[in-house]
Design a protein around this ligand. Structure first.
Ligand SMILES: *Cc1c(COP(=O)(O)O)cnc(C)c1O
Length: 405
């Protein structure tokens, strides 16, 4: 299995040959009881808008210490609903990290708002509260912190800022199911919190998401937004056999099906096992990569917190030239290791460049981004696979640092 042997094959042949050994950066864990739960629901009277939806909402809310949750067809739909519930109007500005998946900023755009991109903190991936403070204007209405990779954001600083400037706080916790900030689970710490149940996230419903909250007044706008904007009293009155409904303001069909919620309920029972396995893998990576002085290991949670380890993101040190990350990426992919880059800064994407929502002074992120690479992390990885990733990575890092010979 040498590099030279592999490079003698055509790319297509290589893919075919390597496929069984390819380790992706993330993937779901579906077990027999998950399948049974979905099958059972498929045989039940309700495929959608049935009892499993409320059960899943209650179970997730209880798990994260929130009053309630509203399930949505995706995490992105959930963020869209949250932005609509805030009552944002065109021209309103929302602070979002430059480093996140595009959906964080896209959701702001869906309601006509303007995302304003915040730089990273000095030695980490999460948004920098001081930089956020400098970017506040009279039009700023909200801030959407992202617990990047699952590392809890310094919420105290974010909340102080929000209080001072009368901003709403909606957490993008797509990476942070199971994360804890200062002894309290993420999910009930801000106005609203969004979770995603995409297959690479901690628990999955195929596609799916949820907004959790503690103030009961969010429930009605979120539920009606998910259901075409139909006024919610009527949805509830359905049981009383009344036909009339109204749509006071536009909504979408963002419902999550009952069989997806059945899967979510089944997955939720395993969440602690999944989280623990992610932590074990992180400990192994830290051990097998920790001896290197030329890479920075991902930061841990601060005191009283729990990192939920959605991603394991390495940063290449100054020993590496700026182009090294992409060389490393290609070599690792060729060797069956599914590395990934999370993420290209959102303001660099064409759709943001076109609208001139370009770089708003995210110099730390600009310096860090070309040095970031994510390596495989998901509960189903075996110790042998983790060892293989670490061994191949160690060799490839040495090779890339030496440069072309
Ligand atoms: C996955 C993700 C989303 C979107 O969630 P979907 O369920 O895929 O729509 C939003 N923000 C971040 C940071 C994510 O990782």
């Amino acid at each position: 299995m040498t590099a030279s042997r592999r490079s003698s094959r055509s790319p297509k042949e290589t893919r075919k040959k390597e496929a069984p050994f390819f380790i992706p950066y993330g993937r779901h864990t579906i077990e027999e009881d998950d399948i049974r739960a979905v099958a059972e629901t498929l045989r039940s009277p309700f495929l959608t808008t049935g009892p499993r939806v409320g059960d899943f909402e209650k179970a997730v809310a209880a798990r994260v210490g929130a009053l309630a949750g509203v399930a949505m067809s995706s995490g992105t739909a959930a963020l869209h609903a949250a932005m609509a519930a805030l009552g944002l109007v065109p021209g309103d500005e929302v602070l979002v990290p430059g480093l996140s998946f595009a959906a964080t900023a896209n959701a702001v755009r869906y309601v006509g708002g303007t995302p304003v991109f915040v730089d990273c903190e000095k030695d980490g991936f999460n948004l920098c509260p001081e930089d956020a403070a400098q970017k506040i204007t009279p039009r700023t209405k909200a801030i959407v912190p992202v617990h990047f990779a699952g590392q809890p954001v310094q919420l105290d600083a974010v909340h102080r800022l929000a209080h001072k400037h009368n901003l709403r706080v909606v957490e993008d916790a797509a990476h942070a199911f199971g994360a804890v900030y200062r002894g309290r689970p993420v999910g009930a710490l801000s106005d609203m919190t969004m979770f995603s149940f995409h297959p690479v996230k901690h628990i999955t419903t195929g596609e799916g998401g949820m907004i959790t909250f503690t103030d009961p007044s969010w429930a009605t706008p979120l539920r009606s937004f998910r259901h075409h904007g139909i006024n919610i009293d009527v949805i509830q009155r359905d049981a009383q056999k009344k036909w009339e409904y109204d749509i006071p303001s536009l909504g979408f069909n963002y419902r999550l099906t009952d069989f997806q919620c059945a899967l979510g309920l089944s997955q939720l029972k395993k969440a602690d096992r999944f989280l623990k396995r992610r932590e074990e893998i992180v400990d192994l990576y830290d051990r097998w990569l920790g001896g290197r002085r030329d890479v920075l290991l991902p930061p841990r949670a601060s005191t009283g917190g729990r990192h939920s380890w959605h991603l394991y993101v390495l940063r290449l040190g100054d020993e590496f030239t700026p182009g090294s990350r992409d060389v490393l990426f290609q070599k690792l992919r060729d060797r069956g290791i599914g590395v990934q880059v999370h993420y290209k800064p959102i303001y660099r994407l064409t759709v943001y460049q076109k609208e001139q929502m370009g770089d708003r002074g995210c110099s730390r992120l600009e310096a860090m981004f070309p040095r970031m690479i994510s390596i495989p992390l998901y509960p189903a990885l075996t110790n042998a696979q983790v060892k293989r990733v670490a061994a191949v990575l160690n060799n490839t890092l040495d090779e890339v640092k030496r440069g072309p010979s």
